[in-house]
Design a protein around this ligand. Structure first.
Ligand code: HEC
Length: 183
């Protein structure tokens, strides 16, 4: 549990290392040709960084969509818009609990916040990467509430209804702190 929270925190890594590699190479060359060459290396590194960041943003947003799809079914049942079905509810709750436990540390590279990318690319606020960020604790809260939901969902509509509020709050608390509201 603790490790996972740390993983969310330890997100930063690798990209700077690639740039440093490029800089060291620069020192071994002299003259204009070398500078041009070094420029080319830096550009390639940047393009690779961009692709890596885009892939990570795509992955975390896709993961969020899977959360939304599964909680959508449970929420629909809780509201009485979808007929309660114990097997379907259990399956969706099991998916949510499993998804919440997936290691997401590499979804959040530094340089992928709303400060770094265009508004339509990401809603991830820079506070995620701040020193005092508690995004790991917020991710853990989702693990806890979805674990409780997994135990409850197959035990009747009342049990499902009793568990859904905490799951919704775990999503909402993190969004309130770390996701740019769309307006
Ligand atoms: C620990 C924090 C955290 C938790 C918990 C969390 N989210 Fe998110 N969610 C985010 C952040 C940050 C973004 C913005 C990601 C981005 O745009 O790069 C986001 C984005 C989303 C999106 C938009 C995805 C897209 O395509 O742009 C949806 C939908 C979503 N979350 C649903 C959920 C649901 C449902 C839950 C709970 C079951 C949940 N989230 C739990 C942090 C969280």
């Amino acid at each position: 549990m603790r490790l996972r929270a740390l993983a969310w925190h330890g997100i930063l890594i690798t990209i700077q290392d690639c740039r440093l590699g490029g800089l060291n190479m620069m020192k071994t060359f002299t003259g204009l040709t070398a500078l041009v060459l070094a420029g080319a290396v830096a550009t390639t590194t940047l393009a690779q960084d961009d692709a890596a960041i885009k892939a990570a943003v795509d992955a975390r947003q896709a993961h969020m969509s899977l959360f939304a799809f599964n909680i959508g079914l449970l929420g629909g049942m809780a509201k009485g818009e979808i007929d309660y079905d114990a097997d379907a509810a259990s399956a969706a709750a099991g998916n949510l609990a499993a998804l919440a436990r997936v290691d997401q540390s590499r979804y959040w590279p530094q340089g992928s916040s709303t400060l770094d990318l265009d508004a339509e690319q990401t809603a991830a606020l820079p506070d995620i990467w701040d020193e005092g960020s508690d995004i790991g604790a917020k991710a853990m809260a989702l693990v806890e509430s979805t674990t409780a939901m997994e135990a409850a969902a197959g035990n009747g509509l009342d049990a499902l209804r009793g568990a859904i509020g905490a799951v919704g709050s775990s999503c909402g608390d993190c969004h309130k702190a770390y996701r740019q509201p769309n307006n």
